[in-house]
Design a protein around this ligand. Structure first.
Ligand SMILES: Cc1cc2nc3c(=O)[nH]c(=O)nc-3n(C[C@H](O)[C@H](O)[C@H](O)COP(=O)(O)O)c2cc1C
Length: 226
């Protein structure tokens, strides 16, 4: 039987608890620094100051809870689908394959637990109250102190039936759009956040009881900056 190749890529790029690989990496421009590019004379001269978007990762949270209103506004601003209103993120073919799960660690008026976010922006469905954060590898244990953790997953079924193997790319790209929304919304609203790509997929899969065609993609830790 033909196995979708997104599963091949996903399973072969997963983190395992026993993984001991160490990849030192390189600073981003070391390979390019000897390359010379000619700037067009008009390119930058007329821009005196750029008041662009800024983000900075927060890995130390101040222990303060988020309010239920802050949670509500954040979710609705970063990912809401309503037929008559523009969506805050584009989606290939309008399929919107991403799902958001919320771990409410310290949100006032919201019971601690795991919830599924209804993308119409109408609320959260309570899944369960007991959870452990063993999906975090040692380098990311700081995430456990975040009052809010958002887990993005992709339901691959429709995406795959429309786009075939290209679907996996789209799932990753779309999570980047929502991630950027979270980063920018947080920055604008005095919240701190950190994008998390390092986690154990299999632990998330069993924590959220995901079916075969729903795969974990991206996590955000969000809270109040120190
Ligand atoms: C796809 C992706 C995955 C990331 N994964 C992690 C992670 O697992 N742990 C972590 O502490 N930071 C993670 N980060 C945050 C980066 O380390 C951070 O954005 C980068 O070092 C730049 O620093 P700044 O955000 O403070 O400007 C991730 C960022 C991205 C975009």
């Amino acid at each position: 039987m033909y196995e979708p190749q997104y599963l091949f890529y996903h399973l072969n790029s997963t983190n395992y608890q026993s993984q001991i690989k160490y990849c030192p990496g390189e600073s981003y421009n070391t390979k390019l620094q000897n390359k010379k590019y000619t700037l067009h004379p008009l390119d930058f001269n007329f821009i005196e100051s750029v008041d662009g978007f800024k983000t900075r990762s927060t890995r130390i949270f101040n222990g303060q809870a988020l309010s239920a209103l802050e949670l509500n506004l954040l979710l609705r601003n970063v990912y809401t689908l309503n037929v008559n209103t523009p969506s805050p993120a584009p989606s290939a073919g309008g399929l919107y394959p991403l799902e958001l799960y919320v771990i409410a660690n310290n949100i006032s008026e919201v019971e601690k637990g795991i919830y599924h976010y209804n993308r119409q922006g109408t609320g959260l469905t309570f899944l369960h109250d007991s959870y452990d954060l063993s999906f975090l590898p040692p380098v990311n244990t700081f995430v456990k102190d975040a009052p809010l953790i958002i887990i993005m997953t992709a339901s691959m079924e429709k995406l795959y039936s429309k786009y075939g193997e290209r679907a996996y790319r789209y799932a990753l790209i779309e999570s980047g759009h929502i991630g950027q929304n979270i980063s920018l919304y947080s920055w604008k609203n005095n919240l701190g956040c950190c994008a998390i790509g390092g986690f154990y997929d299999d632990v998330i899969t069993s924590l959220l009881k995901l079916e075969n065609n729903e795969i974990p993609i991206y996590i955000y830790a969000i809270g109040k900056d120190t």
